[in-house]
Every structure is written in structure tokens, then in C-alpha cells.
Design a protein around this ligand. Sequence first.
Ligand SMILES: Cc1cc2nc3c(=O)[nH]c(=O)nc-3n(C[C@H](O)[C@H](O)[C@H](O)COP(=O)(O)OP(=O)(O)OC[C@H]3O[C@@H](n4cnc5c(N)ncnc54)[C@H](O)[C@@H]3O)c2cc1C
Length: 409
Amino acid sequence: MNKYDYIIIGSGASGAAVAEKISSDYEVLILEKGENLPLNEAHKGYVRASSCKDFEEHGKIDILSGMGVGGTTLLAIANGVRTQEKELRNLGIDIEKELDEVERDFGVLPIPKNMLGERTNLFIEKSKELGYEPKIMPKMIDFNKCKKCGKCNMGCQFQAKKTSLYYIEKAISKGAKLKPNFEVLKINKKDEYFTVQGIEKGNLINFSAKNVILSAGALDTPKVLNNSGIITPKKLFVDIFVTIGGRCNHSFKDEINMAAYIPFNDFLISPYYSERIIKMLGERKIESKRENIIGIMIKIKDDSCGYVGKDFTEKYCTGKDVQKISNGVSIASRILKESGVDTIVSTEAIGAHPGGTAPLGITVDNQFKTKMGFYVCDASILPESPGAPPILTLMALGKRLGENILDSS
Ligand SMILES: Cc1cc2nc3c(=O)[nH]c(=O)nc-3n(C[C@H](O)[C@H](O)[C@H](O)COP(=O)(O)OP(=O)(O)OC[C@H]3O[C@@H](n4cnc5c(N)ncnc54)[C@H](O)[C@@H]3O)c2cc1C
């Protein structure tokens, strides 16, 4: 059996960044559950955690993630903000240099003024009138290619959005091997080697390596850990969000979503277009269409109390979560009213940044190592909910782990 230096499980934000760092120096195999989807078909990789069979009993919030080479970054709407720097520093992990590097790799920049849409400009104008200080969102987008279609969350038809595929392609060019459609089930240790067991086309297959980096994302990493004998805590957060909105007397063109934002202590608000608003207005007999609705997303730092079980995901809003959402809703409602919206409706609660299921200081140490000796590096190791887009931080953590490995050789 071929023995690798490192097996990396998952090719998303963190896994791809580690792969890129270490593939020149080590023999690396990347095992990925999803397929190799072109960026314009990334929406085929959506996974809804709460659609599990016990949803009625256990799941209270839809949790979104992506399956495919490049992970959830293929579905991301390209927001590139720094988050959790202080919390990680408190745990002895300084990622400032790595964040600089990721920003350079992806050319992360605030959206140029001439690319801002009318909804965003209205949000900026009305929130300033109310005394808030909106910021322009930094994005991982090639603005020369972007057509402002507002559909980053479906992939990207114009190859303008930058994703983890950039690191995966670099890792492969340095010699890494990628195996898509391979679902890892568990990790065993025998003598000085790890065996990674998984399924490919219905067959059980084992691969061996001197070490393993588990980067399957916060909803799958705990399953692999539990199967491998490492019990994970009830610490799942998801950065719960709702979008509120309504009809307005304008005719808007499509535009980049979340192009501006206002950060608060434990939540942020940002203009966001959601089809659900049209449906929910319809239920109230208010006719609306894509062109005349506006929406604002309220995204909170939620409590870390959810759990990923074998067959279900358990996550609900705590009283504190509800308080934060309602604080955000009251500010966003004022901005919508000032923008000319009469009837405001709200979507259901959703989470798109699951994390915290194998946290630093509990499941892994500050070198990201488990007690079995392999590494975990993805959103599951984050110590708490960022309440903000985490990709830059997750890529920086991947780079940090890669550098630790190179330094120790
Ligand atoms: C719609 C949407 C929009 C978002 N927008 C933004 C944004 O604009 N900015 C931002 O910062 N964040 C955004 N996020 C969040 C961000 O994409 C995720 O937080 C981030 O990608 C998580 O990185 P990760 O490395 O933990 O896991 P992922 O990127 O999810 O990667 C995990 C990988 O592991 C694979 N995998 C899972 N199980 C196994 C297994 N058993 N065996 C092998 N492989 C496995 C998965 O298929 C996946 O490819 C968004 C999320 C969603 C859903």
C-alpha cells in the first residue's frame, strides 16, 4: 500500500491552504467527499444539515454548507473580513502574518465605488442619516470579471469569484494528489502510521500516512472524530442569520450582495437580497418582484451549544441569541422604513458558518493536535462564533498549520 507523508481530509478553506503550504516538501494525498464541480455549477454541492430525518425533533435551524472540491468556499459570497484574531491570540495563536498572506493571494479589496449597486447605496445613505457608520465590504472577487449578477452564492458564471480552488490547483502543481468522491469514515493508528478508512463507489478502502490533517468542516469533522474514538463536545455555533425586507418604490438592478455592512459588538447587518422575501410577502397578499424588494441580513455571534450527532444535527436559538437577533432587527427595520418599505417580513433563521465542534483547548491543543496525534484544521477548531465571515481566518489557520509542519521538519 502506498504510504503518504500527509493525508488531508477535505479540500475547503483550511484543508486547501495547508495542502498548498506543504505539498512541495511532502507527499500529500487530499481525500474529498464531493466531486470536482466547475465554479458555475457549485450550487449542486449545497448541503442542508437540518434536512436530516430527525429534523422535526432535533433541527431548529437550517445549516448550510458545501460539498465538492474547494468546499464551502465555492458557495461563499466572497466576503473577506478578518475575524477572531484576538480570541486566537489569547490561545497563543498569532495569525496576523498569515492573514496578510491570504489577503495578498486573493487580492482582497473593498468593492470599488462604481461597482456598488443602488440597494447598497440606499442602505449606506439611510444608515448614515440614522447615525450609523457603514463600511464597504472587502471581497475576494476579480472586479474586472465580475458582472454584478448577485449570484455569488450559486458559484460564479464569470470565474470572477476567488475560492479555495486556487490553493488546490497550486498544491496539485507542487505534486499533491487529489481524490474526489472519497468519503472518509474514520482514522486509526497502528504503530507509527495512521490508517484512513473511507468509501469510494461503495467499497471500503484504506490509505496510510505518517500523519493526517482532518479538515472536513465543522459538520463532518466531529463525525470522523467520534468514529475514531474521540468524543466531541456540544459546542456547535453557526452564526445564525435572518434577512428582513420588503417592497419599495424603486426598480433595482442586480448587484453584489453584502456589499456594505455595519458591525456591532455581537452582530452585523448588511444589505442582502433574498428570494424568500418575495414568497413571504406573497403569503401576506403583497405582490413583489426581484426588482422592487430590498433586504437586510442580521447575522449574530450565537451561543456555542449545538451538537452534531451520527444521524442528526441539533441547534436552536437560545434566549441570548433571540435578544441579539431582535436588537439587529430593530436597527435594520428603521433603515428599511427610512428606505420606503411599509411591510417588513423576515426569513427563517439560517446558519452558514458552522464551527466550534472540535474546539481549540478542548479537542485540539494550540498546535491543532488531537490526543491521537493527528491534526484538525477547519472551522471546528474555532473557539467561539465569529458572527462574521470566517474564510480568511480559516485559510490563515491552514497556513499556520502548514508553517508549523515545515518548521518542525
Ligand atoms: C452560502 C454561503 C455563503 C458563505 N459566504 C461566505 C463569505 O462570503 N465569506 C466567508 O468568509 N465565509 C462564507 N461562508 C462560510 C465559509 O464558506 C465556511 O465557513 C468555510 O468554507 C468553512 O471552511 P472549512 O475548511 O471549515 O470547511 P469547508 O470549506 O466546508 O470544507 C470542508 C470540505 O470537506 C469535505 N468533506 C466533508 N466530509 C468529508 C469526509 N468524510 N471525507 C472527505 N471529505 C469530506 C467537504 O466536501 C468539503 O469540501 C459562506 C457559507 C455559505 C454556506
